[in-house]
Design a protein around this ligand. Structure first.
Ligand SMILES: [Ca+2]
Length: 652
């Protein structure tokens, strides 16, 4: 008995170390509480001004978008996010909204919007609009009224100090504009000076600064109600939800300073507002979907949003845009992981990502967008094959994939010395150029004069385009379609399926390749990515007994499994990837077995792994009524004989 107790202790320790390891694939998952249609949705992002111009005026429009909905559907996506299409002076490309209730005339009419939503729905797609409520355009009627000296309904809709002559305290330095309009006071701006911040109140108003209104001030509450009506208006029109611009800094605070005043004020009161919106949707529009531009998932997904874009953080840069020519501020921070040079490291990304993933799993989705209107194109000095590896990552990571228009054909980042337009500034202007449909005039975007276009089209003779790629089954376009189809067809690749990073896991290991598992129940998929232009080998543990692998997408290369240790060794060619499914034996439900051999007198010998013959013996004995003791954690202890024990535990 003494020895048995010792054995149990050894086994228990081994079990514990397996169970707590971050590298253990369990197949368990929780589906967050999201509308049914969005559980496993893939989104496509459309920038209205440059998608398709139906009337030759050089600017994209809603009729143009409607004419391309069959194409969008053909990608296999479930939903579309539209950047703002509201009436605007366009100092910030339409994010500066002048009338929340009106489609900008250059894009069409409200009737066109209604038809756009209907046509998308007819094709089984959902649509979300851009809900931009942390600020308005400077010529929005609310602000026009607010800047008047005489008190009126809108005086407190924005944040005004009491006088032009006294600056607000240091924590707000640089955030206020003085000398505008009639009112003796300074107003708080958002990103650009001409985007006055709406007044959601202050989380902890400074008693010495009377202009800081509490969040429950009646004028603040009235403003919030007006914004809720904006939401209702577009949901009634047919929208299925929204993406919230700069969602994390609605409520202001003196506890942060600088740009944090409009990125993330880290105040609970901002969450309280979004929870009100969540309750509103649940009650009035239960299929309504909420996406945040917050980049702080542990807050954004805390009973607020269904999804948070996690791209305003260092880890995202680590993946895609660390070099000076790739990053918004033009200052190199190092090397991207997804780069042929192979000088990046994915571990810094993983540290931040896993921290947020573990805090939010089952509550909502983290999205790592595949490009967007604020960043340089992913196709920035990357070949189609390199982009395919980026998308293999993007469509197999947990959370909701968002694909920026044109990236499916590998549209390139265009010269940053092109004119900035509507507040784009480099490199954003080079990522907002017209969609490239064909080799026709203006690459099929517009029949208008080339010099009238919103931005020039890619002038290079080999500029990628849809028509050419449609004809080639191995074009990036068609490979992207297959990756999206795979995302939907493989249970292990669903937005909610389990995510287990496998390699690199320790300091000192070569940072290439990047390997992770996705799992849902018995379905397990390995994703292996080697974006560098150099071969990469790796050995990593996989706690799943599998007989063979099935290549779902990517390249073939040797994958071997050591049955004794459970370690998998791969040899990946330069610039390659593979998504493989583990095909398990029928015994696969018994995993991670530990075999213990030894008579009491000899003491135990612990052998990791489960030789097939022994496992068969275990199951055979089991069938013949050998003793089986179920443990609390769904594991089983099989007594085969006095000197032979097999400990196995179920994955399901
Ligand atoms: Ca047009």
């Amino acid at each position: 008995m003494k020895t048995n107790r010792h054995l149990m202790a050894v086994l228990a320790t081994a079990m514990l170390s397996l169970a707590t390891s971050a590298q253990t694939i369990t197949g368990k998952y929780d589906i967050p509480k999201v509308p049914e249609w969005a559980k496993n949705a893939v989104f496509y992002q459309i920038y209205p001004q440059t998608f398709c111009d139906s009337d030759g005026d050089g600017i994209g429009d809603l009729k143009g978008i409607i004419s391309k909905l069959d194409y969008v559907k053909s990608l296999g996506v479930d939903a579309i996010w539209f950047n703002p299409f509201f009436d605007s002076p366009f100092n910030d490309a339409g994010y500066d909204i002048r009338d929340y209730y009106k489609i900008a005339p250059r894009y069409g009419t409200n009737e066109d919007a209604k038809r756009l939503f209907e046509e998308a729905h007819k094709r089984g797609m959902h649509v979300i609009f851009d809900y931009v409520i942390s600020y308005t355009a400077i010529d929005h009627p609310w602000f026009v009224a607010s800047q008047k000296q005489e008190k009126n309904k809108y005086s407190n809709y924005y944040i005004w100090t009491e006088t032009n002559w006294v600056d607000p305290p240091m924590e707000f330095a640089g955030q206020f504009v003085k000398g505008y309009g009639q009112r003796n006071g300074q107003f708080m701006r958002n990103f650009y000076w001409c985007q006055p911040a709406l007044n959601f109140g202050f989380a902890n108003p400074d008693p010495d600064q009377k202009w800081q209104l509490p969040t429950n001030h009646p004028d603040v509450m009235a403003m919030r109600e007006d914004l809720k009506n904006v939401l209702r208006f577009w949901m009634d029109m047919g929208a299925d939800g929204f993406r919230a611009d700069m969602a994390g800094a609605l409520v202001k605070t003196r506890r942060v300073r600088g740009n944090e005043q409009f990125f993330n004020t880290n105040e609970n009161e901002t969450k309280l507002f979004w929870r009100e919106i969540r309750r509103l949707l649940e009650k009035e529009y239960p299929q309504g979907f909420m996406v945040a531009e917050w980049s702080y998932p542990s807050d954004a997904l805390d009973d607020c949003f269904h999804v948070d874009f996690f791209h305003w953080f260092k880890g995202y840069n680590d993946l895609f845009q660390k070099e000076s020519w790739r990053i918004l501020n033009g200052v190199s921070e190092g090397h991207s992981y997804f780069d042929a040079e192979g000088k990046g490291d994915v571990r810094e990304f993983l540290r931040s990502y896993m921290d947020q993933y573990q805090k939010t799993v089952g509550k909502g989705y983290i999205s790592l967008p595949m490009g967007n209107h604020d960043n340089a194109r992913l196709g920035n000095k990357r070949t189609d094959k390199e982009l395919e590896i980026v998308y293999a990552f993007g469509f197999t990571m947990p959370g909701v994939p968002f694909l920026y228009y044109g990236n499916e054909i590998g549209m390139r980042q265009l010269p940053t010395n092109w004119p900035q337009v509507e507040g784009a500034y480099q490199p954003r202007n080079g990522a907002r150029t017209p969609m490239q449909w064909s080799q026709d005039k203006n690459l099929g975007f517009s029949t208008g004069d080339a010099n009238k276009l919103y931005l020039p089209v890619d002038p290079s003779p080999d500029a990628p385009n849809v028509a050419t790629q449609e004809k080639n089954p191995n074009s990036l376009l068609n490979k992207t379609r297959r990756l999206i189809a795979l995302h939907h067809s493989e249970p292990a690749l669903a937005n909610y399926a389990e995510f287990v990073p496998l390699y690199p896991s320790a300091e000192g290991q070569d940072p290439y390749p990047f390997v992770y598992a996705r799992a849902a129940g018995n379905d397990v998929v390995l994703v292996m990515l080697n974006p560098r232009a150099e071969a990469s080998d790796a050995t990593f543990p996989v706690n799943i007994a599998f007989k063979r692998t099935k290549l779902l997408a990517g390249d073939r290369f040797p994958i071997t499994r050591n049955k004794k240790t459970g370690n998998v060794t791969i040899s990946m060619p330069a610039t390659s990837y593979a998504i493989v499914k583990l095909e398990r034996s029928e015994r696969a439900e018994h995993l991670g077995c530990l075999r213990v051999v030894g008579a009491e007198s000899e003491g135990p010998t612990l052998v990791e792994g489960a030789p097939d013959a022994l496992l068969s013996a275990c199951l055979h004995s089991h069938a013949n009524g050998c003793q089986k003791h179920q443990q609390d954690d769904d594991s089983f202890l099989h007594h085969l004989s006095d000197s032979l024990l097999i400990w196995s535990f179920r994955i399901l």
